[in-house]
Design a protein around this ligand. Structure first.
Ligand code: B12
Length: 209
């Protein structure tokens, strides 16, 4: 099956077509990973482009996101967490003020598939809740996501607070999301920046070895 059809169904905000096409692709033995990369993520990237060019507005983006999740919820259980002992513990979240969670959820599935335990705090998570979770769970890695220039500065507050409380000794902090880059990562004193889910996994592998 041509995966562009699923991509197009997301852009067309067509939930029904996304469901049928994803199921057909799986029956044809196309892997869940390939469907995720080449149709679902590709579809959302195009939606982002249409939004920035003001062809789409918030309602269309919302409907396209719902269509994305129809497909994502079918394939994500198939990208199975590795069995056995977890390689390390990761606490994940989308920062306060930000409800964009598509990217975070993709990163989460890929991190779990690579054999890590993920504690997902969800989206729009207050600084204090993140710091409390680090104190309680003692993760090896804190992974923060932000999709907006207006919210990404909260990451600085989290890092300052963790420093202040002496909680960074055995903790690596990684950050990501469309408006971020390596420069921002260095500026706020995080340990690593990744531009997609594959890089997120590579970063964790490198940082905790
Ligand atoms: C979908 C979307 C929405 C959906 C979100 C649905 C959902 N459940 O997530 C809805 C319609 C709800 C929405 C709402 C809004 N949105 Co919006 N949205 C988008 C859009 C089009 C796509 C985002 C997306 O899902 N991309 C696809 C995924 C796969 O990519 P990703 O998120 O970047 O994630 C990848 C990487 O970044 C990376 N990654 C992500 N997180 C992490 C974390 C770590 C640790 C690592 C290593 C890597 C990593 O890996 C991911 C997988 O490859 C973007 C445009 C864009 N270009 O990003 C605008 C965008 C983010 N939205 C924007 C805005 C302004 C809004 C609203 C304020 C609009 C409004 N007027 O109401 C609200 C904000 C609500 C809020 N408080 O958060 C702006 C933000 C501008 C800014 N200030 O920076 C953008 C950039 C659009 C634009 N060009 O103006 N939005």
């Amino acid at each position: 099956m041509d995966l562009d059809k699923i991509k197009k169904a997301i852009i067309d905000m067509d939930d029904g077509a996304v469901k049928t096409l994803v199921e057909t692709a799986l029956k044809e033995k196309i892997s869940a990973q390939e469907i995720l990369q080449n149709s679902l993520i590709a579809g959302m990237k195009e939606v982002g482009r249409l939004f920035s060019e003001q062809v789409y507005f918030v309602p269309e983006v919302l409907l396209a996101s719902e269509a994305f999740y129809i497909g994502f919820n079918i394939i994500s259980p198939l990208i199975k967490p590795q069995q056995g002992k977890s390689k390390a513990k990761v606490v994940m979240c989308v920062i306060e003020g930000d409800i964009h969670d598509i990217g975070k959820n993709i990163v989460k599935v890929m991190i779990e598939a690579a054999g890590y335990e993920v504690i997902d705090l969800g989206r729009n998570v207050a600084v204090k809740r993140i710091v409390d979770a680090v104190e309680k769970e003692k993760p090896d890695v804190l992974a923060m996501s932000s999709l907006m220039t207006t919210t990404m500065m909260s990451m600085t507050e989290v890092i300052k607070e963790l420093d202040k409380m002496g909680l960074r000794k055995n903790l690596k902090i990684i950050v990501g999301g469309a408006p971020l880059n390596q420069e921002f990562c260095d500026q706020i004193g995080a340990d690593g920046y990744g531009c997609d889910a594959q890089e997120a996994v590579q970063l964790i592998e490198e940082l905790i070895k």
